[in-house]
Structure formats: structure tokens, C-alpha cells
Ligand binder design. Structure first.
Ligand code: NAD
Length: 421
């Protein structure tokens, strides 16, 4: 079967990372072949009756990249740029992220090519319900569990859950994670990614002989991941000296007051940190060149590139965002002995607590926030230690090591399960 995107494209880049780690692992040809192909790619047409009375047909995708460890897990993205290539790459990354987190999930991802800013609430609900109906045979709490991604939220997840439940004839909360608390969501899910970033930052500094309580930190992006990472890191005693977002940045060498900054962004009509009175404005270039211990890119992909990597003076980069460092820049940082904690490790807290949400839904018994956080702490530390051990043993960077741990886990169960034919 020809796999779309296998030559070049985003999936091509995902395969490059896979190939590098698989080479160091010495992965045998057969398993290599299996793990570099998506198990299932579904494309559906979703007709929607628009408010205008016209029928518009949207294209949706669901890719289940690998199911060796358990049901597929991955978000649903609504964006005009969604393609099968992109969804396949994202599903592959979810496979490695879940395996590294050591949770019993495979990797999946979904998307609908649409511009949600141009849809009314009714149209968005109709599109969501039709998309779910079109993929319904492929999803389920034992098969494939979606979650929010770009431009989808708790409300969209509630519609996914309701549509699935209507089809099977009973309420099935475990079909989706990232739900509202009232519908079987988990305490601590909203903060989970930022909490995971804080935990790996603390562990990485420990490895470097440093203490988070005395570290200086700069954060790019102040949305869910950036703001919560900053808040929790500041609570550990570290000094957050700068934050930048899409509109501008703010710097205070003595430390920004993060709770005040969160409130400033909340009430600001443009939801930006720019203009915060508790610091001075800072440009992007000044931000990357700050003399800090830790940089946390928590905004978008491709932010640390060959053009700005030379400015970086931090000793540690923790990738809160997905793909914030280009491969060339990653190599330059490694050569300069800057420790980079890769995205699949650093932001794995989100999917880990999604797993906890699924477990709680299936038991119908819900944990306290303290229990969620303690279990997250244990999982993040375990993943960090496994990655660091591999990096030291094979003398590779943390990104390659994280992929090696993940690929090895999926390869091991694939070998054990054998070939069904
Ligand atoms: P978000 O939309 O809540 O926040 C994004 C932030 O990035 C905003 O502060 C925005 O102003 C800023 N930003 C946008 N463009 C920018 C630019 N050009 N320069 C600087 N800042 C810019 O998103 P989020 O949920 O915090 O996700 C951030 C990243 O983390 C994404 O890569 C996402 O895929 C990844 N991630 C998120 C989660 C999660 O649980 N939310 C889990 C894993 C990975």
C-alpha cells in the first residue's frame, strides 16, 4: 500500500526522527518496517447543513498509527491546514509519546479541514457530530480515545461523548478525554502539561547539579502550557525573568509576579503579556539571548532555528510546545552541550493525565487532585530517568534517547505478539 506523505512532508520528518533512533537501537528490518507505517488511515466526508441553508462537505481524518500497546490516543484538530500527512505525523508522535510515558495506549490523531472561526456554534456542533458518526466504527474506549487539540475544547469533547453514547445506546464517558469535570473529566487535567514541564525541569536541573528553587527561567508562550509551567515553577522558588507571547514580551530581572501576570492576560482584551506593568518590554531576540538557566519554548513549532540558536545562553531547554526546535538547531545545541528535554518527554504530562481520566471513567470512581498529581509525578520522573539512562548509556542526546525508549517498548510488544497472518 502506498502511504501518503511517506516521501517528505511532515510525516517524512517524523520518520527521520524515528529512523535516527531505530538505527542506534539496531532495530531489525521487519519491526522497523511495521513501525514506520500507519496501521489505519481513515478519510471521511462530512456533509453539514449550514445556517445559510446550503450543504457544505468537510473532509475529516482519523489515523491510528500503532495499536500494539493498547487503544489509540490522540486529539482532534480543526484547522484549514489539516491534511492526511499532518494527521499521520501527529499520530506517529502520539505513539512515541504514549510509549515513553509508559501508558497502555497506542497513537492516534484526528482532524477536520475547516476554519472553525467561520462556523457558528450550531454548525460546529453539527460538524462534530457528523465527523464522529462517520468514524464511529473505528473509535471507542477499547479502540481509540480522542481528546482536544488545536481549536477543539471541552465543549467539542462533550459533543463527541454524546454522539458516541447516542449511537451505542448508553452513556460512555471513557470514549474521550479532556471532558468537562461534570461529564467525567479529571481533576488536574487542565494543569497536567504545565505540571509535567515543571517536574522534568526540576529533574533536569538536578542532573546538572542545580536546584530549581535557585534557577532563572524564561518562558515563550503564556497559554495553557506556558502560564501553568511558569506558575508552578515560580511556586517552587525559581525566578521567572521573562515571558513572551504572540504580541510582545515582558522582562524583570528580579522576577515577574506570575499570578498578577496571569490575571493581567485574563482581563486584557488581546490576552497578551505585552504592556504588563510589572516589568519592561523585551523583543524576541533579546528573549532568546537572556542569560538564564532555563528556556521553556511553550508556544509553537519551529521557534528555535539556525537563525536564533546562536543567541541562546541557557544551559537547559525544556520543550513545552510540540516541535519548537528545528533538527539543525537541535544538533547545534547538542554540540554546545545545551541539554534539551524533548517535547515527547517534556509535555507528556497532558496525555498521562488523559490516561488517568480514562481509568477513572472506566472505574466510575474519581480521584482527588492530590492523587492525580502524585501519580503524574511518579510517571514523569520514571520517563525522565529512563530517557536519561538511555542517553548516558548510548551517548546520544535526550531526544534520540526518548525515541529509543519509546520505540523499544513498542518493538518489544510487537515481537511478543508475533505476526498474525
Ligand atoms: P495556547 O493556545 O493555550 O497558548 C499558546 C501561546 O503561544 C499563547 O500565549 C500565544 O500568545 C503564544 N504564541 C502564539 N504565537 C506566538 C509567537 N509567534 N511567538 C511567541 N508566542 C506565541 O496553547 P497551549 O495549549 O499552551 O499549547 C502550546 C504548545 O504546547 C503547542 O505546541 C501544543 O501542541 C503543545 N502541547 C499542549 C498540550 C496541552 O495540554 N495544552 C499538551 C501537549 C503539547
Amino acid at each position: 500500500m502506498a502511504v501518503l506523505g511517506i516521501e517528505g512532508g511532515i510525516f517524512g520528518s517524523a520518520l527521520e526522527e524515528f529512523n535516527r533512533a531505530a538505527t542506534v537501537l539496531g532495530l531489525e528490518r521487519g519491526i522497523w518496517n511495521i513501525l514506520s507505517h500507519p496501521k489505519r488511515q481513515i478519510t471521511v466526508s462530512c456533509p453539514v447543513l449550514m445556517d445559510s441553508g446550503e450543504i457544505q462537505v468537510f473532509t475529516g481524518y482519523r489515523v491510528q498509527y500503532n495499536l500494539a500497546l493498547g487503544p489509540a490516543k490522540g486529539g482532534i484538530r480543526y484547522h484549514p491546514g489539516v491534511t492526511l500527512d499532518e494527521v499521520t505525523a501527529l499520530a506517529a508522535w502520539m505513539t512515541w509519546k504514549c510509549a515513553l510515558a509508559n501508558i497502555p495506549f497506542g497513537g492516534g490523531k484526528g482532524g477536520v479541514t475547516c476554519d472553525p472561526t467561520r462556523l457558528s456554534r450550531r454548525e460546529l456542533e453539527a460538524l462534530t457530530r457528523r465527523y464522529v458518526a462517520e468514524i464511529i466504527d473505528a473509535i471507542g474506549p477499547e479502540k481509540d480515545i480522542p481528546a482536544p487539540d488545536v481549536n477543539t475544547n471541552e465543549q467539542v469533547m462533550a459533543w463527541v461523548m454524546d454522539t458516541y453514547s447516542m449511537h451505542v445506546g448508553h452513556t460512555t464517558t471513557g470514549i474521550v478525554t479532556g471532558k468537562p469535570l461534570e461529564l467525567g473529566g479529571s481533576l488536574g487535567r487542565r494543569e497536567a502539561t504545565g505540571r509535567g514541564v515543571m517536574i522534568v525541569t526540576r529533574e533536569a536541573l538536578k542532573h546538572l547539579g542545580r536546584d530549581l528553587a535557585h534557577a532563572t527561567v524564561a518562558v515563550q508562550g503564556f497559554g495553557n502550557v506556558g502560564s501553568i509551567s511558569a506558575e508552578l515553577i515560580a511556586r517552587e522558588g525559581a525566578t521567572i525573568v521573562a515571558v513572551v507571547d504572540w504580541k510582545g514580551g515582558v522582562h524583570n530581572a528580579a522576577g515577574l509576579d506570575i499570578p498578577k501576570l496571569v490575571e493581567y492576560v485574563r482581563v486584557n482584551p488581546e490576552h497578551t503579556v505585552a504592556g504588563f506593568p510589572g516589568g519592561d518590554p523585551i523583543t524576541n531576540d533579546e528573549f532568546w539571548a537572556l542569560d538564564v538557566d532555563v528556556l521553556i519554548p511553550a508556544a509553537l513549532e519551529n521557534q528555535i532555528t539556525v537563525d536564533n540558536v546562536g543567541l541562546i545562553r541557557a544551559r537547559l531547554v525544556v520543550e513545552g510546545a510540540n516541535g519548537p526546535t528545528t533538527p539543525d538547531a537541535n544538533k547545534l545545541l547538542h554540540d554546545r552541550n545545551v541539554l534539551v528535554i524533548p517535547d515527547i518527554l517534556a509535555n507528556g504530562g497532558g496525555v498521562t493525565v488523559s490516561y488517568f481520566e480514562w481509568v477513572q471513567d472506566r472505574h466510575g470512581y474519581f480521584w482527588s487532585e492530590r492523587e492525580v498529581n502524585e501519580r503524574l509525578e511518579a510517571k514523569m520522573c520514571e520517563a525522565f530517568e529512563a530517557t536519561l539512562r538511555t542517553a548516558l548509556q548510548y551517548r546520544v542526546d535526550m531526544r534520540t534517547a526518548a525515541y529509543m525508549v519509546a520505540i523499544n517498548r513498542v518493538a518489544t510488544v510487537t515481537r511478543m505478539r508475533g505476526m498474525y497472518a
